[in-house]
Design a protein around this ligand. Structure first.
Ligand SMILES: NC(=O)c1ccc[n+]([C@@H]2O[C@H](COP(=O)([O-])OP(=O)(O)OC[C@H]3O[C@@H](n4cnc5c(N)ncnc54)[C@H](OP(=O)(O)O)[C@@H]3O)[C@@H](O)[C@H]2O)c1
Length: 298
């Protein structure tokens, strides 16, 4: 594979929109640190920022986007509908736009296929599920408030149900899912691709205190290439065909994670990372009122 300029590369979604394949993640980036992180990322050349109502930091993310000096049309902004807002989709997007201080987002994702009751976070709405939520999200297309809509944490079962439903008029543009060598989900990625749904990999470094940072296979490849383990993990994801959204609040790491131009992994190195046997998940069913993961993604 020829070395490419990944930092300029985009993936074409089923709407025709071009999503930059590297974004800055902001989960667990505290409001007092995320403003600077987003500014640093935009200065380093990132043009894709991933946030969510649930992260509680949309206001600072939006302020940094507005203060960055980078023209708004050049930045891809993703935010997400929080679970307790499934029956209040118009209010959900309005809340996010007000916090962000933006007129529109490039991508609005249903954060989880879980319609949680706002009055009891341990309970699921009766008689309402993610298909109903999607029906409401579809109405946002055309309002000018969202350019693209998609889903997150959807398994094959959820997508099959959604796509087969007569209410489903818009195929999700993106499915944002946990993707790293400890949770590679090849069947789910292949299913997304077969339906024209772009995969974005979250927790692409293995998240906070990543167990991947001590993996001997990864460390060996990183050392032999003179790269950081994080750069190798990101390149692995890019070469597998999904976009990546590494989170950092450190300016040095934000820059380092974007240093993915002009080199690549050999097919053998990709295969070695594919063969890492240890499995772990960062985001599980624990805080949801219903089961979402069924272990059928690989
Ligand atoms: N849709 C969903 O349900 C969902 C779920 C989880 C995550 N996400 C999205 O995906 C993004 C990424 O996932 P994530 O936040 O779970 O984890 P991640 O990006 O896999 O890893 C972030 C962790 O790695 C550290 N890190 C980053 N770059 C590093 C480097 N070069 N060297 C050493 N450590 C480094 C960060 O610490 P520092 O900040 O201190 O550098 C942080 O502790 C999130 O921020 C969020 O936007 C979405």
């Amino acid at each position: 594979m020829a070395a490419v300029e990944n930092t300029k590369r985009t993936a074409t979604l089923n709407t025709g929109a071009e999503i930059p394949i590297i974004g800055l993640g902001t989960w667990q980036s505290a409001p007092n640190e995320v403003y600077q992180a987003v500014l640093s990322a935009l200065k380093a050349g990132y043009r894709h920022i991933d946030t969510a109502l649930a992260y509680g930091n949309e206001a600072e993310v939006g302020a940094a986007i507005r203060d960055s000096g980078v023209p708004r049309p050049e930045i891809w902004v993703t935010t997400k509908l929080d679970n307790p807002w499934h029956k209040r989709v118009p209010e959900g997007i309005d809340s996010s736009l007000a916090s962000l201080g933006l007129d529109y987002v490039d991508l609005y994702l249903m954060h989880w296929p879980s319609s949680t009751r706002p009055d009891d976070l341990s309970a699921h709405h009766e008689g309402w599920n993610y298909v109903d939520t999607w029906r409401e999200m579809q109405k946002l297309v055309g309002t000018g408030k969202v350019r693209n809509i998609g889903v997150s944490n959807f398994g094959i079962t959820h997508l099959e149900t959604l796509l087969a439903d007569p209410e489903c008029k818009v195929v999700p543009a993106v499915n944002q899912i946990e993707l790293h060598p400890g949770n590679p989900s090849p069947k789910l990625v292949a299913y997304n691709t077969s339906k024209g749904i772009h995969s974005t990999g979250y927790s692409c470094l293995g998240s906070t205190n990543s167990p991947l940072y001590t993996n001997p296979t990864l460390l060996g490849i990183a050392e032999s290439k003179g790269r950081t383990p994080q750069q190798v993990l990101l390149m692995w994801g890019l070469q597998k065909g999904w976009s990546v959204i590494p989170k950092s609040v450190s300016e040095g790491r934000i820059k380092g994670n974007f240093d993915v131009d002009g080199w690549d992994l050999s097919a053998e190195e990709v295969a070695q990372i594919d063969a890492i046997p240890d499995r772990f998940k960062v985001c599980g069913d624990a805080w949801l009122p219903i089961r979402v993961f069924f272990g059928d993604d690989e």
